[in-house]
Design a protein around this ligand. Structure first.
Ligand code: HEC
Length: 200
């Protein structure tokens, strides 16, 4: 599998746009002659992956799914753990008490969240087969985001995962994002299970 960094994908998006414009001109020319050539405009697999990289970067998935570490200028994403979710060996003490004005809290890594829903942990989005999305089908990903249920069929997906906003994206865009995520270097990291609120 080809490993490409986000910036080079963004470069690919830019050049594929130019290519599409050129293809559009050519297709128009061909249509003018009465010969439609649809395949000239069909997106190739690489174009889809590039679009996925553009969406994952622009929608800020890394803000929550890449752990923050303390750097010289404050918290910064730990790029050695890109999109691998809450670090499995980072056990947290119980969260502060909510008081009616401050109702939810995020961890220093910005990968764990406590609120009225309990405690949720950003999961591993890399294609590791045991702990990430390696065994997910494209359909599981699309349905998870469209329905707000784990893999499209399980328990409700908890805040602050922004699936309600993401569900407005087209299926094609969601597929593109999944394709891009599958090209990341797999990182073995099992984020802790979601903990429902203590009853009572
Ligand atoms: C504000 C923080 C936040 C952002 C931004 C965010 N996520 Fe999440 N995500 C989470 C949390 C927390 C969970 C775990 C929720 C749970 O356990 O129910 C999660 C879970 C997921 C899941 C698993 C869903 C399932 O079926 O169980 C996927 C897939 C996912 N995120 C993809 C993404 C993608 C792609 C983006 C960028 C478009 C993104 N997330 C942006 C916090 C976030």
């Amino acid at each position: 599998m080809r490993q490409v960094t986000v910036p080079s994908y963004l470069e690919a998006v830019r050049s594929s746009r130019t290519a599409l414009r050129t293809a559009g001109f050519l297709a128009l020319g061909i249509l003018g002659l009465g010969v439609a050539n649809g395949s000239a405009l069909a997106a190739s697999g690489d174009d889809l992956t590039a679009r996925g990289a553009y969406l994952v970067a622009g929608l800020g998935c890394a803000d929550c799914h890449t752990p923050m570490k303390m750097g010289p200028k404050g918290p910064e994403p730990d790029l050695s753990r890109q999109l691998s979710g809450h670090p499995e060996n980072l056990k947290l003490p119980p969260p502060p008490k909510a008081d009616g004005s401050w109702v939810w809290f995020g961890s220093a890594t910005n990968t764990a969240y406590a609120g009225p829903w309990g405690i949720s942990y950003a999961i591993n989005l890399t294609p590791d087969k045991e702990t990430g999305l390696g065994n997910w089908r494209e359909e599981d990903f699309v349905q998870a985001i469209k329905t707000g249920k784990h893999a499209g069929v399980g328990r409700p997906i908890m805040p602050p995962m922004p699936w309600p906003a993401m569900s407005h994206l087209s299926e094609d865009d969601l597929r593109a994002m999944f394709r891009y995520l599958q090209t990341l270097p797999p990182i073995h990291n099992r984020a802790p299970d979601y903990q429902p609120p203590a009853s009572g």
